[in-house]
Design a protein around this ligand. Sequence first.
Ligand SMILES: [Fe+2]
Length: 440
Amino acid sequence: MTTSTFEIDDKFKYLNGFNGYHQSEAAEGAIPSVINIPQKSKYGLYTERISGSSFTVPRKDSKQTWLYRLLPSTCHEEFSLIENHPFNLNQASDSKYQYSPSQSTWAPVRIAKEADFITGLQLIGGAGNPTLKEGLAYYVFTAGKSMPPNQAFYSADGDFLLAPQKGSLDLLTEMGYLRVRANEICVVPRGIRFHVSLPTGPVRGFALELFEGHFELPELGPIGSTGLANIRDFEIPTASYDNSDVDMDIIAKFAGQLHGTIHRGSIFNVVGWQGTYYPYKYDLGKFNTIGSVSYDHPDPSIFTVLTCPSSIPGEAVVDVAVFGPRWLVMEKSYRPPYFHRNTMSEFAFLIKGGFDVTPLPPQLEGLFSLSNTMCAHGADPESWKQATEKVLQPQKIPPGNLGVMFESRYIIGLTKGANNTLMKLPGKSAAFGEFERAKI
Ligand SMILES: [Fe+2]
């Protein structure tokens, strides 16, 4: 697979690259030349800046974008807590997370046809605290309808990575449009307003909210200068503005809860922008998978698409890894994931097919699991027997198969909803008594 097969074409125009400077204007001259903050802007546009990093971080980490817009984003009423919003009613604060050393696997979540992206966003669990800008949160989302046309959302708590598993999302952001389909991921950084509509009907997917830092591409080390996710394959929106003067509801996720206000006219009124802070998307089918061509099962870090480093070298706040089509050719080796317990927690979900050579039944597409810190996991007895007895030949994990994993240095707590409301599947690795004892 070199690109994914999608249910719908992408009609939007993009810039290409990752973590560099870009600019885009929807009207000629909207971006001033040389002077960032001209005394008088063309068309009378207002100059505004959004900072995704503090001003004094190392230059390579600086995330700053200048926006040239029809009205400044200050044109809104006071925010107030939306007390009866399903998100606020259902979310547990970090102190209410429940912790278990056991592995959990959940059945695909039923799509709530009556929900939109915001009302259908369910917190599964996480770690840390957005007010300290430490930690992260994992969500599942389902929706059967678009967000109301005059509504926009942003998170002041962190960057949102979205991975639709079924269906497609059209995101209108302050920097322009993104179409994100199953098999693609997108990142909307902290603070950037966006609206989600559904061009192909109901959707289900997963989201990661990163309270600290930003995503980077992993270092390639001895792999060299190409491989894994290539810089050119990340797509960035082009400027597109809405001249509507119909007031807009803005929903802000702030310190874990949703607050609302009314903004004068559309918030999507940016005619031009330039800088290093913007949303982007990536087709996971373009991932250049590297693997073992001799023996042994390589560490899953080889599948990292994006990483958010912590202050400890090599230990990520979270890695986003993709398990896609690839050849398995290792000789004289046990090829599936071996039995293991890791300091890093593993939250995995199935987009399509299976994680391994054998696809799972289609009704299980969308299942997800958590193998928390030092949770023992590996093959069930039957899979282990097959893997240890079969004649080893080159095998292809079929095109279309796709799984994703969020691997984090944090112990992940679960919400009451994840533990009690969502349907869990029996753990495959709960194999007490089923394996034959080795004879010595
Ligand atoms: Fe694992």
